[in-house]
Design a protein around this ligand. Structure first.
Ligand code: FES
Ligand code: FES
Length: 156
């Protein structure tokens, strides 16, 4: 079986697997990174989003071969309970979630936005989160939370 190497949350990582294996299964299985959630399995809900470089991608629709040599960041690498990312603090402050199932994917989409555009408008945030589904209807609070995190990051 081929070996595929990439950096996962800053750590050099090697996986022995079929190159066509989907990233989400490898993350949640062999690598025990269960923060990226399985929702639709068809690149339609965003629950499985991770960062590849500075871009949010659906891990359920990303073959391993395509991430060879790249930097992958999952929600586990964004922040921790001890040192939360400003986005995570803002989501808590704005109570921008209900069941929480969609939130890891939404945070990764928001993180990609802030890496590419540190001073987004609410319209930019809505566009960046447009492909993330939230069945609980927390979108408006989420947009406020992303704007709050952007302001905090800009002030640093
Ligand atoms: S589970 Fe990947 S986009 Fe829905
Ligand atoms: S908070 Fe429940 S699906 Fe978004």
């Amino acid at each position: 079986m081929p070996h595929i190497q990439f950096r996962l949350n800053g750590l050099e990582t090697t996986v022995e697997a079929d190159p066509d294996t989907l990233l989400l299964g490898v993350l949640r299985g062999a690598l025990n990174m269960t923060g990226a959630h399985f929702g639709c399995g068809a690149n339609e809900c965003g629950a499985c989003n991770v960062l590849v470089g500075d871009h949010a991608v659906a891990a359920c629709d990303t073959p391993l071969w395509s991430v060879a040599g790249k930097d992958i960041t999952t929600i586990e690498g964004l922040g921790s309970a001890q040192a939360p990312h400003p986005l995570q603090r803002a989501f808590i402050a704005e109570q921008a979630l209900q069941c929480g199932y969609c939130v890891p994917g939404i945070l990764m989409s928001a993180a990609a936005l802030l890496r590419q555009n540190p001073a987004p408008t609410p319209k930019d945030v809505k566009a960046a989160l447009d492909r993330n589904l939230c069945r609980c209807g927390s979108h408006n609070r989420m947009v406020r939370a992303v704007m709050k995190a952007a302001a905090e990051l800009a002030a640093q």
